[in-house]
Ligand binder design. Structure first.
Ligand code: GLA
Length: 434
């Protein structure tokens, strides 16, 4: 009887407030994978550049390598298609279709192939009439397109916001596609660019966005340059009070792709991008050529200590806690009371500089009371030993480089001290005059 009453209330509520929230259980930790855009862009010239053009072969090769070369084992799971996969027209039943010469086997076959490797397939579409590169958009076809993706076995949709027309179409379109994906019954991770396209008009409502998307781009496209990576980091810090609180399991701020392993970043800048994406709890979507990546960049991207911090189950995004003398200091709270810190040397002139760190000055100083274990992870792994609040650590940081370290309460010692303290109290009791 009670049960019937409850389900009646639920049904009535569902009728009044239609169920529209993204309910796919995905992205409990930031998404990890590979996305073609920054490295391969809209290269559709398979005649002259068959090795690098947007074709089924490119994703199959990436999938093969992700398995063979330890990427999958490290946690990279999604192989993602970006813009320029589509044919110029929908088919006779208005269904999307891939370019027939570059994807002769079709997307379903490609998804099967990627799945056979234990990986997942991502695809790209746009909320408006045309994608950013001018291919048919999803406007007017949200349900049909979501069903098509589900039929094909797609696991992630990157939904762009070019050519949206009116703001209503933009906002309603993102919501409608979210509902449409939910309605397919297939768990399709939903990657949005909704806030990025709203910012020129007004401040986005992030609580709303989080209800519909698994991650969302806030800022312009990443380029293969330090200037670009820096501008994303700075934008994030400037807006952190607004965007950090909404991030957490199921929904993340997306600062765009990792460009590590390409041409534009020095080694120290690659270290900085990785460190900051880890601290920002960012999706780790690499855009590089896994077929020819240099071993050092590969080691950085596959570093298990870094990935563990990025994927920390507490799911809190880090934030900038201070800027001093051209050093930026960031902190990210981790599970079990641990913290990760990153100190970025902003100076782009001169040589390595020392950053004197007094643990007592950190907002999270309690982690070092009475003692903590400090472990440097970048630029190289180094146990910095057991420290206390007044230990003066000297971090040496290259221009545009970052030192990343974790701080863990020294539990052994803390427990021992507590035990001693309790024993002292216990011992005292019998002798006590009271
Ligand atoms: C926009 C997006 C990029 C990429 C391109 C494709 O610029 O922000 O990430 O998807 O479109 O055209």
């Amino acid at each position: 009887m009670v049960k019937t009453g409850v389900s009646l209330v639920v049904t009535i509520c569902a009728l009044i407030y239609p169920v529209h929230l993204l309910d796919n259980g995905l992205a409990q930790t930031p998404t990890m994978g590979w996305l073609h855009w920054e490295r391969f862009m809209c290269n559709v010239d398979c005649v002259n550049d068959p090795h690098n053009c947007i074709s089924e072969q490119l994703y199959m090769q990436m999938a093969d390598i992700m398995v063979q070369e330890g990427w999958k084992e490290a946690g990279y799971e999604y192989v993602c298609i970006d813009d320029c996969w589509l044919a110029d027209e929908r088919d006779s039943q208005d269904r999307l279709q891939p370019d027939p010469t570059r994807f002769p086997s079709g997307i379903k076959k490609l998804a099967d192939y990627v799945h056979s490797k234990g990986l997942k397939l991502g695809i790209y579409q746009d909320v408006g009439n045309l994608t950013c590169a001018g291919y048919p958009g999803s406007h007017g076809y949200y349900d049909l397109d979501a069903e098509t993706f589900a039929d094909w076995g797609v696991d992630l949709l990157k939904f762009d916001g070019c050519n949206f027309g009116t703001l209503d179409i933009l906002v309603e379109g993102y919501k409608n596609m979210s509902r449409a994906l939910n309605a397919t019954g297939r768990n399709i991770l939903y990657s949005c660019e909704w806030p990025l396209y709203l910012w020129p008009f007004h401040q986005p409502n992030y609580t709303d966005i989080r209800q519909y998307c698994n991650h969302w781009r806030n800022y312009g496209d990443v380029y293969d340059s330090w200037q670009s990576v820096k501008s994303i980091i700075d934008w994030t810090a400037i807006h952190q009070n607004l965007i950090v609180p909404v991030a957490g399991p199921g929904g993340w701020n997306d600062p765009d792709m990792l460009v590590i392993g390409n041409f534009g970043l020095s080694w120290d800048q690659q270290v900085s991008q990785m460190a900051m994406w880890v601290i920002m709890a960012a999706p780790l979507l690499m855009s590089n050529d896994l077929r020819s990546i240099d071993p050092k960049s590969k080691m950085l991207l596959q570093n298990k200590h870094l990935i563990a911090i990025n994927q920390d189950p507490l799911g809190r995004q880090g934030y900038r806690i201070g800027r001093v003398n051209s050093f930026d200091v960031w902190e990210r709270p981790l599970s079990d009371g641990r913290y990760a810190f990153a100190v970025l040397n902003r100076q782009e002139i001169g040589g390595p500089r020392q950053f004197p760190l007094l643990l007592a000055t950190l907002p999270s100083w309690k982690t070092c009371h009475p003692e903590c274990r400090v472990t440097q992870i970048l630029p190289s792994y180094q146990d910095l030993g057991v420290q206390n609040l007044f230990s003066a650590l000297k971090l040496t940081i290259n221009p545009s480089g970052t030192v990343l370290f974790t701080v863990t309460l020294n539990k052994g010692l803390a427990a021992e001290q507590k035990w001693n303290w309790n024993m002292t109290k216990k011992r005292k009791t019998p002798n006590s005059v009271f």
